[in-house]
Design a protein around this ligand. Structure first.
Ligand code: GRF
Length: 220
């Protein structure tokens, strides 16, 4: 690993998670360097945030490629060129193929707005409301070929409140999603979190349940 771990960030949209990473790096809360930002939409605000921070940002257009695997191959070639230690999917909204992920196993993570394994996929907030959940949240997990199905590293929980709509709930989740991601990335970058087979190891012990964010700190 580089002395200061290098991160490649994948993002498709507004990039608030990317911004949280950039801020945490700038403020010394995350001991890492963002080596490049990559996406699938030229107009994504995330790319602008990266460029504003002086970080190389690049989008590839899926329709310029004959297949998903060709797109993934080109994207991951660009990612590999910045020599990242870890890849962070931070609001990257496109499926990643098993072939692209395989070489990065244990070094690629995703932030997902639900308490996995509940509500994989899209529209998690509306689905949590519809299901009448009392609690909702976000998960940071290792990426596997199974969509939103890789081993969960850490979670942050929020209550579902009377009168919530999907937007209100999304905002409450986003407020914990950012510190969750930063705390978990710091553990990953310092080698305290590792993937071991299909399990997550924390300080050398296999976790029986995801770490939980409480008062802005992760605990077993
Ligand atoms: C976040 O809620 C993330 O969990 C989900 O998409 C949203 C992206 O937000 N995968 P942003 O682009 O980081 O602001």
């Amino acid at each position: 690993m580089a002395a200061i771990p290098r991160l490649a960030v994948l993002a498709s949209g507004r990039g608030s998670n990317l911004q949280a990473i950039l801020d945490a790096v700038a403020e010394g809360r995350l001991h890492a360097r963002v080596a490049g930002v990559f996406g699938d939409r030229h107009k994504a605000f995330a790319l602008e945030r990266a460029r504003d921070a002086g970080i190389p940002a690049q989008a590839l257009r899926p329709r310029d490629f004959a297949s998903r695997s060709e797109f993934d191959a080109a994207l991951f070639a660009a990612v590999a060129a910045v020599e990242p230690d870890f890849i962070v999917c931070a609001g990257y909204m496109r499926l990643l193929g098993a072939e692209a992920i395989a070489p990065w196993e244990g070094r690629i993570v995703n932030i997902h707005p639900s308490l996995l394994p509940a509500f994989k996929g899209l529209d998690t907030h509306a689905r949590a409301l519809e299901a009448g959940m009392a609690e909702h949240g976000a998960s940071l997990h290792f990426v596997s070929a199974d969509l939103d199905g890789g081993p969960v590293i850490a979670q942050a929980r929020v209550p579902v409140l009377p009168g919530d709509d999907a937007d209100a709930l999304a905002q409450r989740v986003l407020a914990v999603e950012h510190p969750l991601m930063i705390s978990a990335l710091e553990l990953l970058c310092t080698g305290r979190i590792r993937l071991r087979g299909a399990a997550v190891e924390f300080d050398g012990q296999v976790l029986q349940a995801p770490l939980q964010l409480a008062a802005n700190r992760l605990r077993a």
